[in-house]
Ligand binder design. Structure first.
Ligand code: 8X3
Length: 260
């Protein structure tokens, strides 16, 4: 499934199509950068942690590191400034903060999750839409979550943010109908990465490890990168609206088979 420019649309002015990946410093974002580079894209790897991006860029010739904070309008504008033709935007920056019942949850956690997951994607889409519509068009990918489709106890703030991100993708698809921009949502279930649960539990490694305890094979970041690569390398007339991807052991957010 090696991509060439034709996968991103008819003849483009670039020799390789350009992909922009946010949240690229680790986990699904970094895996997606590597995978899209292997698929034939030039990739702008964007995130706050520049040192990690520089490592990626040193590893892969087709990757350019750009410091980006999706919660900051000026930072997003600076990234968009010199991008005139973007084939793929992967809105991957995001995350969960806290795991609490609504009654005891921290409103600030809800606010931060809304800002990075939802408004971060809105800012990126607004800034890059002209470049996504340039030439032969582009593709907006939103890294959502099963939490965007099903609620679970103690997940309220994250569930709400991911539902909103899904609503963003659906709205955008309606509004862009007739224009050469595809919109896809990838909704992963349990993905074991170094940071997702550690961040959610504010650095509590034992709590983070417990999420995956006894689960034979949680998804990996590479599994989701593989899904994203599949979606963006379909022929340009094919729009995959939504892909929900869970490990075999997970039937629902709260229904996980554990061997111990
Ligand atoms: C991560 C999946 O189940 O923790 O987006 O909400 S879950």
């Amino acid at each position: 499934m090696t991509a060439d420019a034709s996968h991103a649309g008819p003849a483009r002015t670039r020799t390789r199509p350009l992909a922009v990946v946010t949240g690229a410093s680790s986990g699904i974002g970094a895996a997606t950068v590597r995978r899209l580079a292997a698929e034939g894209y030039d990739v702008v790897a964007a995130a706050r942690r520049r040192a990690r991006l520089d490592e990626l860029a040193a590893e892969l010739e087709s990757v350019r590191a750009v410091t980006l904070d999706v919660t900051d309008d000026a930072s997003v504008a600076a990234l968009a400034e010199d991008l005139t033709d973007v084939a793929v935007l992967v809105n991957n920056a995001g995350g969960a903060f806290g795991m609490d019942e609504v009654a005891t949850s921290d409103v600030e956690d809800w606010r931060r999750m809304y800002d990075v997951n939802v408004l971060g994607s809105v800012r990126m889409v607004k800034a890059l839409l002209p470049a996504l519509q340039a030439g032969s068009g582009g593709h907006v990918v939103v890294t959502g979550s099963i939490a965007g489709h099903l609620a679970y106890e103690k997940g309220g703030g994250y569930v709400a943010a991911k539902h909103a991100e899904s609503a963003l993708a659906q709205t955008l698809r309606l509004e862009l109908n007739g224009r050469p921009v595809r919109v896809s949502e990838i909704a992963p279930g349990m993905v074991r990465t170094d940071e997702f649960s550690l961040v959610r539990f504010d650095g509590d490694q034992a709590a983070a490890d417990a999420v995956y305890a006894g689960v034979e094979a949680p998804l990996t970041a590479e599994d989701i990168a593989d899904t994203i690569a599949y979606v963006v390398t379909r022929p340009p007339h094919v729009n995959i609206d939504l892909l929900v991807v869970k490990p075999l052991a997970q039937a629902a957010p709260h229904k996980v088979h554990r061997t111990s």
